[in-house]
Design a binder for this molecule. Structure first.
Ligand code: FES
Ligand code: MG
Length: 587
């Protein structure tokens, strides 16, 4: 299984070893083999790289425009060490990178494009196994989706969180502090000078957001799904142990190729149950819901919003991290990280689920560190809350579902009846937010339309609308907000998101008018628009879709094919997998 002896003439079928990189590229005797090897030799590789050893593609989302992933070239070097060490041949290549803070109109518009880049790069090249180097929010699910559709052995290495932010002697969290400080400035509680000073203290090392935002959540999801080595998710980006575990990942992926341990072996329904329960325990991002649905779609696992709601119920919320709680990722790592959490909730997990280690979830967790700081990671008997995960709501306002992150919401607003104040675009809301005459009070329900996957397009993170200045100055810190948008995993508040179907495809959200009564009942899982069916029918007859200008290019393809939030916002024709075979030659 270790490939051909060095010096022996490469050939097929005599030398056929059942390794795609060898049988279809480097082992070929003919003109094509010449072409495949000769140009690779230009990089100075010696003969033995073509001897049939596992070729490991290191799929890198590095980019200086994705600051959260800016250190991934260095991390790739550690992976390569491990691959060489285990007898593999590492080849690093770039794929599209999605930086949450830069990319307009929203990085989410391009998650599926990244997934296509990953999928085609892995399938079309002489690769036997893949390491996915990811970090910033969408880079993790986008890469996993693509790799899942190819189904070669795959191991995820996330880049790790930044060190804790610091400002005036206090820890401040990525994103979460931005939302809070912006509100403080609006309410006159913070000066512009302090606001500017906080900016440089917040992001002070390599790494992704160090709150339990979407990046940290998806790193934990990769680990809980069994796709990343045990204990990887929380190690800070600049901690030497991140580089050591990346080297181990390089070694392990070579073995995974030998074992033919593929995403389809790992990403079972049990793996998704583990991920959803872990997400409830860590107080993770609502975005995980959409990404897990999309990943499940690629591997053909039947997963619904109702499954997710059911699995998350009764899971104790254990991790006291911002935005729901107090601490940050550095604290989480030192307290034991995800393995400590998984160990706590092990009776709720599918312990037999197989993982990239070749062992089961239960075996992985049995051999790891336990919680060392029970303030950061609570014991099961002393949780921060119970069933506080992301709840799925249904009702005539969201026939196909909506979500709310209970741990980040205000207890008193979880059951609320209020009058709608409707905005048909986020720009319209932004114009109104500072208006001191805005007809709004603390019980008003802010409704935002046309910010869904098709409507925006790309479903941006605008669902956590800033509290109107008039109310912020009165000290109002939270209100019920409802939209077809997403919110940043670093955001908080009683924010109902992902309403499906979205307004732009004719969902009832688009029929809501200012003054309508809306009832939110999270414990009962309902979202009700108190308007008669006849009246809604009348409104439906007058309804016009607000169309975004998407006449060509990616945005057009996206708008024509994107599925709704309850289906994961994948493109309809990307659901499923094709495998790794490519029938035809390039020359
Ligand atoms: Fe990249 Fe938060 S902005 S992880
Ligand atoms: Mg984000």
């Amino acid at each position: 299984k270790t490939g051909r002896p060095i010096g022996e003439e490469p050939g097929r079928p005599e030398g056929h070893i059942g390794r795609r990189s060898f049988d279809h590229w480097f082992g070929e005797k003919d003109r094509n083999g010449f072409i495949h090897r000769s140009w690779m030799r230009a990089q100075g590789f010696s003969d033995e790289v073509f001897d049939g050893r596992p070729v490991i593609g290191i799929c890198n989302t590095w980019s200086e425009l994705t600051p959260c992933n800016a250190h991934l070239r260095r991390l790739a070097e550690s992976v390569k060490r491990g691959v060489w060490q285990a007898g593999g041949f590492p080849l690093e290549f770039p794929v599209m990178s999605l930086g949450e803070t830069m990319l307009r109109p929203t990085a989410m518009l391009f998650r599926n494009l990244l997934s296509m880049d990953v999928e085609e790069s892995l399938r079309g090249n002489p690769i036997d196994g893949a390491i996915l180097l990811t970090g910033c929010d969408k880079t993790t699910p986008g890469s996993i989706m693509g790799a899942a559709s190819v189904d070669l052995p795959t191991l995820v290495v996330t880049g790790g969180p930044m060190l804790n932010g610091k400002f005036r002697g206090c820890d401040i969290g990525s994103g979460t502090a931005v939302w809070r400080f912006t509100q403080d400035v609006n309410a006159g509680r913070m000066t512009q000078e302090d606001y500017a000073a906080a900016e440089s203290g917040m992001s002070r090392s390599n790494g992704h957001c160090m709150t339990m935002g979407t990046a940290s959540t998806m790193a934990c999801m990769a680990e809980a799904l069994g796709l990343q080595l045990t204990g990887s998710a929380a190690i800070p980006a600049v901690d030497s142990r991140r580089y050591a575990i990346a080297q181990q990942a390089g070694q392990r992926i070579v073995q995974m190729v030998e074992e033919d341990l593929k995403p389809s072996d790992i990403l079972t329904r049990d793996a998704f149950a583990n991920a959803v329960r872990a997400n409830a325990a860590i107080g993770g991002s609502t975005n995980a819901v959409i990404h897990l649905l999309a990943i499940a779609g690629r591997v053909g696992v039947d997963l619904t919003l109702d499954d997710m709601d059911e699995w998350a119920r009764g899971v104790p919320w254990l991790v006291d991290l911002q935005p729901s709680g107090k601490y940050l990722m550095e604290d989480f790592y030192y307290a034991g990280g995800l393995p400590a959490v998984l160990h706590e909730i092990l009776p709720l997990l599918k312990a037999d689920a197989i993982t990239v280690t070749g062992k089961t979830m239960g075996e992985n967790v049995a051999n790891t560190e336990r919680t060392v700081d029970t303030d950061v990671i609570r014991a099961v008997g002393d949780p921060l809350g119970s069933g506080a995960g992301t709840a799925v709501l249904k009702g005539n306002l969201a026939p196909d579902g909506a979500v709310v992150k209970q741990s980040a919401a205000s207890e008193r607003l979880l059951q609320h009846r209020g009058k709608a104040l409707v905005f048909s675009s986020i720009e319209e809301y932004d114009k109104a937010v500072d208006d001191m005459d805005l007809d709004v009070d603390a019980d008003t329900v802010l409704v935002l339309q046309n910010a869904g996957p098709r409507g925006y397009p790309g479903m941006p993170e605008v669902g956590n609308m800033t509290i109107p200045r008039k109310l912020a100055e009165q000290g109002v810190e939270d209100m019920v907000r409802i939209s077809d948008a997403r919110m940043s995993g670093t955001a908080y508040g009683t924010v109902v998101l992902h309403v499906a179907p979205e307004a732009a495809v004719g969902g009832p959200l688009g029929l809501v008018r200012t003054g309508d009564w809306i009832e939110l009942d999270v414990p009962a899982r309902t979202l009700h628009l108190d308007v008669s069916e006849e009246e809604l029918e009348k409104r439906r007859a007058d309804w016009q879709p607000a169309t975004a200008p998407t006449d060509r290019g990616w945005a057009r393809l996206y708008v024509e094919h994107v599925t709704q939030a309850n289906q994961g916002c994948d493109l309809d024709f990307l659901v499923g997998r094709t495998g790794s075979a490519v029938g035809r030659q390039s020359h």
